[in-house]
Design a protein. Sequence first.
Length: 140
Amino acid sequence: MVAILPDTEDLEDWASDEFSGAQLGDARRTQRLVALARGLAQKAHVSFPQALSGAQLKAAYRFFDNEAVDPDGILASHVAQTVGRMQRVPVVLAVQDTTEFNLANLPATEGLGHGTGGNLHGFMLHSVLAVTPEGLPLGV
């Protein structure tokens, strides 16, 4: 079977392949996304502050705080790559999860919806992870 996801030494190519198609309204934003993906993938097991140095971390927070950076624009490129990987294997399992984020302890946070059980300050997240029967992740 052809390798679907990169080895550690191929992270630079992976980040470019995975996110260079992102439509973020400015090529510099797309380049920043690729650089962030590369840096975070190298230390995927730790938090942002642990994975990125001072200037890189500040740039990451500015990037994600930029109103011109649309989550759908970031995900579209990844979804397209995921679909391509799914098409190269005979069986794909779609593992689903729904998680409730209760942010009642953060009353200043705006734009939230309703959760369950009277939670009036939070949101629900439903995610699907595509994997092979052997457990190889293909994407979200």
